[in-house]
Design a protein around this ligand. Structure first.
Ligand SMILES: NC(=O)c1ccc[n+]([C@@H]2O[C@H](COP(=O)([O-])OP(=O)(O)OC[C@H]3O[C@@H](n4cnc5c(N)ncnc54)[C@H](OP(=O)(O)O)[C@@H]3O)[C@@H](O)[C@H]2O)c1
Length: 274
């Protein structure tokens, strides 16, 4: 299927590793010009080198999106480098692997971590990107949420250290934001959709498994087997599993799909979302 993304201008926030890098690779392989960002200059440079091998233009911007000006600058640099912007993928997120076990022991900053470290950057980047997305005539905004928007995860149920409350608060807010925005931007033919990955094997996965194994005094292999058993498909989601849906929703073919939230969870979440 021809996705119509050749020469499209695409910004993937936090595209220097993990899910964002897999998404950036997929766009670059379709012939898109791709901008990525991150705080770690070494990881960013390595990602840019990999992405350039696809042959398109690559812009790598060292930026900390916790700072409002960095979000505006990132979008401005992308628009200037590629002469516009057609696709924004809000993917970057502060890591919140250390989370409270219960509300009574949670600090305000722990509870707000996903909101300040993910939702605020996404909203700021989106606000800055709207004029260029509108000018493209077929703007696309994709928000990478998380399955914690749809289900609760208590301490020990996922291989992080603590509950999924901060992630859930942030991802639910992100989905709400995206749904609002879908309606606001529909007259401009900009679509806005959210993708909710479940536990995905990024660089952080091995650390999480090791920590959980140590805390329960079992082997990492035991934890890996338990995790795989949570997925009816029998395996953890991989970063490359996320990218194809992002590409489809970003393509001109998906002009009538907006305001949707779609999970990529290997069947792990048992809720039914009509
Ligand atoms: N992996 C999972 O199991 C999973 C599950 C559900 C949802 N998700 C969601 O999927 C998205 C990607 O997750 P991931 O696992 O791929 O994360 P990751 O491997 O930790 O990568 C995060 C990316 O965001 C960048 N980033 C983080 N904070 C930033 C900041 N303040 N300013 C600029 N860039 C920043 C990172 O680069 P630097 O650190 O160098 O800044 C990196 O490029 C996130 O929104 C996450 O919530 C992941």
């Amino acid at each position: 299927m021809e996705l119509g993304l050749r020469n499209a201008s695409v910004l993937v926030t936090g595209g220097s590793r993990g899910i964002g890098l897999a998404i950036a690779h997929a766009f670059a392989a379709e012939g898109a010009n791709i901008a990525i960002c991150g705080r770690d200059a070494t990881a960013l440079a390595a990602a840019a080198t990999q992405l350039r091998a696809h042959g398109g233009q690559v812009l790598a911007v060292q930026a900390d999106l916790l700072h409002p000006d960095a979000c505006t600058d990132l979008v401005a640099q992308t628009v200037q480098a590629f002469g516009g912007l057609r696709v924004l993928v809000n993917n970057a997120s502060a890591s919140v692997d250390t989370t409270p076990a219960a509300l009574e022991t949670a600090t305000d900053s722990q509870l707000a971590a996903r909101f300040t470290g993910k939702v605020m950057p996404a909203m700021r980047c989106t606000r800055a990107a709207i004029p260029a997305l509108r000018a493209s005539g077929a703007g696309r905004i994709l928000c990478i949420g998380g399955s914690s928007a749809r289900a609760i995860f208590r301490t020990g149920e996922l291989p992080g250290a603590g509950s999924g409350l901060p992630q859930g608060l942030g991802n639910a807010a992100l989905a709400n934001f995206a749904r609002h925005l879908a309606e606001e931007l529909a007259p401009d033919r900009i679509t806005v959709n959210t993708i909710h990955p479940h536990l995905t094997r990024t660089d952080r996965h091995a650390d999480r498994v090791t920590r959980l194994a140590a805390s329960r005094n079992v082997s990492p292999a035991t934890i890996e087997a338990e995790i795989a058993a949570q997925f009816p498909l029998g395996r953890v989601v991989e970063p490359a599993d996320i990218a194809p849906l992002v590409l489809l929703l970003a393509s001109p073919l998906a002009a009538a799909i907006t305001g949707q939230s779609i999970a990529i969870d290997g069947g792990a979440l048992r809720s039914i979302n009509y």
